[in-house]
Design a protein around this ligand. Structure first.
Ligand code: NAD
Length: 390
């Protein structure tokens, strides 16, 4: 299959392997999730009928720490997709150096047609199916597409009933009232803003906030907070959009037009695969910050790189979210809670350090920024595997 996500994830590992000394058996391990779990979840609908939903959990690699990754509810969820997403989570956690491996889960369902009660029964059924594999020091799930604090709370409650003790660090993305972290809402947008500020440090002469224009596709959680922090710092956010279309200098534009605007910085913060080989040639921005997951296809990446456009990858730009999930887990395990200012300061330190590490490889190896981040991440994972004797 040409666009099979897991095949793409495996091809990326092959591309990275050319830059690192990786033996064949390690390479095979990196290209295969440690474990892929499947279950048929049977729940009673409000109309009394029983319906079955297919569910997955892919645990890719835990050499650097417990598996970590969200659970999505979507009708497009597939085994290949969760395997690919679990692989990318391993690289994201390693890029920012947080002590987790990678995982991802999902249920094939259109959550919009389920009632609250049905969603609760489905979330509890997911936990019953896989709870033996979850735990603060085993595999730590989180929200993803169409899941949030409510699903995490039901899952935590079900897990604790099954294991017979409290363990809030077994899941992140919980509401503040149930051991969530301060600053999680802003985390992903703010992490992206810290990346932008690092870029400015490098190019002080080229990036002056008041002269720097930004277009943001998608003003959901991520786009909204990115814009808030960027505006506060004086950047000129001249275009934005949502699923219905956007605005540029008070004129209506389409989402496709937004991607081709003559701005300095383009921020895709909505969907995957929006910059492809078909429109990459028309992108006029000088920098792209990938705040969505996978907005630039691999072919587009190469076109942008050849055009001299710096496209900073999702594993770096949107890692603020998983970093504050790590903080939530750390606070839960310590039973000691931080202020929002503490969270933001610690997030900044991690984002700054990670940007510098990726930038160093990008400039020294002259590869595109995504490959640079992957080289950093895969090397960290391979080193941990070697030390463990795997
Ligand atoms: P969200 O649901 O809050 O917002 C999504 C935004 O995209 C909305 O403004 C929506 O109107 C817009 N949108 C939907 N379809 C669109 C279309 N066809 N064209 C343009 N815009 C469209 O989601 P979010 O949490 O902000 O996540 C956005 C992206 O960031 C996703 O790719 C997600 O996987 C990624 N991400 C989110 C987080 C997080 O912490 N929320 C962390 C890492 C990555």
């Amino acid at each position: 299959m040409l666009n099979d996500p897991f095949t793409n994830a495996q091809k990326q590992i092959d591309a990275v392997a050319k830059h690192l000394k990786i033996d064949k058996s390690t390479l095979t391990k990196l290209k295969t999730p440690d474990r892929v779990l499947k279950a048929d979840l049977k729940i009673k609908l409000d109309n009394g009928k029983v319906q079955t939903f297919k569910a997955f959990r892919s645990e890719h690699n835990n050499a650097r720490g417990p598996y970590k990754g969200g659970i999505r509810y979507h009708f497009n969820v597939s085994k290949s997709e969760v395997k690919a997403l679990s692989t990318w989570m391993t690289w994201k956690c390693a890029t920012v150096g947080i002590p987790f491996g990678g995982a991802k889960g999902g249920i094939i369902v259109d959550p919009k047609i389920l009632s609250q009660g049905e969603l609760e029964r489905l979330s509890r059924a997911y936990m019953r199916a896989f709870y033996k594999y979850f735990g603060a020091w085993k595999d730590v799930p989180a929200p993803d597409v169409n899941t949030g604090g409510a699903e995490m709370s039901w899952m935590l409650d079900e897990y604790e009933k099954l294991v017979g003790h409290q363990e809030p660090g077994m899941i992140t993305g919980k509401p503040l009232e149930l051991y969530g972290s301060q600053g999680r809402t802003e985390a992903t947008g703010l992490g992206g803003f810290y990346v932008l500020e690092q870029l400015r440090q490098i190019w002080k002469d080229r990036i002056l906030p008041k002269n720097t224009t930004i277009a943001v596709q998608g003003i959901g959680n991520v786009g909204y907070w990115f814009i808030e922090f960027a505006k506060k710092a004086g950047y000129q956010v001249v275009a934005w959009s949502n699923s219905k279309g956007g605005e540029y200098k008070r004129e209506k534009i389409t989402n496709e037009e937004l991607l081709e605007l003559p701005v300095d910085i383009l921020v895709p913060a909505a969907l995957e695969n929006v910059i492809t080989k078909d429109n990459a040639g028309k992108v006029k921005a000088k920098y792209i910050l990938e705040m969505a997951n996978g907005p630039v296809t691999p072919e587009a990446d190469e076109i942008l790189h050849k055009k001299g456009i710096v496209s900073l990858p999702d594993v770096l730009c949107n890692a603020g979210g998983v970093t504050v999930s790590y903080f939530e887990w750390a606070q839960n395990n310590a039973g000691y809670y931080w202020t929002k200012a503490d969270v933001f300061a610690k997030l900044k330190a991690i984002m700054d350090q990670s940007f510098k590490a990726v930038w160093q490889i990008y400039t020294s190896k002259k590869v595109n920024p995504r490959l640079a981040a992957y080289i950093l991440a895969v090397d960290r994972v391979v080193q941990a595997m070697r030390l463990r004797g795997r």
